[in-house]
Design a protein around this ligand. Structure first.
Ligand code: MG
Length: 250
């Protein structure tokens, strides 16, 4: 069931989202050659806890870390560890959520590690832009399918593919709640959007095929063809004045 948030709930949620955004920024500032994904996870965890918040992902479904850190052909749910050490040219997707005073915020960004190839930069640019194409459609009166359709059309126009097996989601008192927000679909279809709905829009975009597989650790999702993948995410609220991005720092 879709929960409509009151103004008071949105204000509380904004705090959780701000902490999530600041934690993501701190993670991005730590991305450089020679740093392990474990070190970045520690920075995220300490930052969130210092704000009096809790990392949303830590222990969620048994996930063992505070951030998902997914390098190059890892799409999502990469488990931070000390043996994955970043190298010049890597692309590093960091997904971070914070739980604060009853609400979650959720956001992700793919950071370049040092100088990256033109191909990698193009994938990052297209994925980030596709997120904003989706956000533009998150207006009251539109339907969920308008968001996915806009993301998919943009991504495919750039020659990339949209992951189908994982989708965006409602976010609020629960990290994942209704509705599902696919990054593909048909305009004019699906749930009608109303003020007070809060959703995470999170295109996962592959350089090659949209097919993915899960590694033996049961978490790490990688591209089936081994090519690059990028991931950008914001938590947004549908308001009478249009979409409001909640996961920003100020
Ligand atoms: Mg999410």
């Amino acid at each position: 069931m879709v929960q409509l948030k009151t103004a008071r709930e949105l204000s509380l949620m904004r705090d959780a989202c701000r902490i999530s955004a600041m934690a993501l920024r701190a993670a991005g500032e730590a991305v450089r050659p020679g740093v392990s994904t474990k070190e970045i996870d520690t920075i995220v965890r300490r930052f969130i806890e210092k704000q009096g918040a809790t990392p949303s992902f830590l222990g969620y479904g048994g996930f063992p870390a505070s951030a998902c850190i997914s390098v190059n052909s890892v799409v999502i749910h990469g488990i931070p560890n000390s043996s994955t050490v970043l190298r010049e040219g890597d692309i590093v997707s960091v997904d971070v959520g914070a739980f604060y005073r009853g609400y979650h915020g959720d956001n992700a960004y793919t950071f370049p590690c040092g100088r990256i190839s033109a191909n990698a930069q193009s994938l990052l640019d297209a994925t980030r832009e596709s997120l904003y194409k989706g956000i533009e459609q998150a207006v009251a009166g539109n339907r969920i399918g308008d968001i996915g359709s806009a993301v998919q059309r943009y991504v495919e126009s750039r020659g990339y593919s949209v992951v189908r097996n994982y989708v965006g989601h409602g976010v609020g008192a629960n990290l994942h709640e209704d509705p599902s927000v696919p990054n593909y679909g048909t305009a004019g279809r699906g749930l009608r959007l109303l003020p007070g709905i809060t959703i995470a829009i999170e295109p996962m975009v592959n350089e090659g095929t949209h097919y993915v597989r899960v590694k033996n650790d049961k978490w790490t999702v990688v591209t089936a063809d081994g090519r690059l993948s990028a991931h950008f995410e914001h938590t947004i609220a549908i308001t009478p004045d249009g979409p409001k991005i909640m996961t920003i720092c100020d």
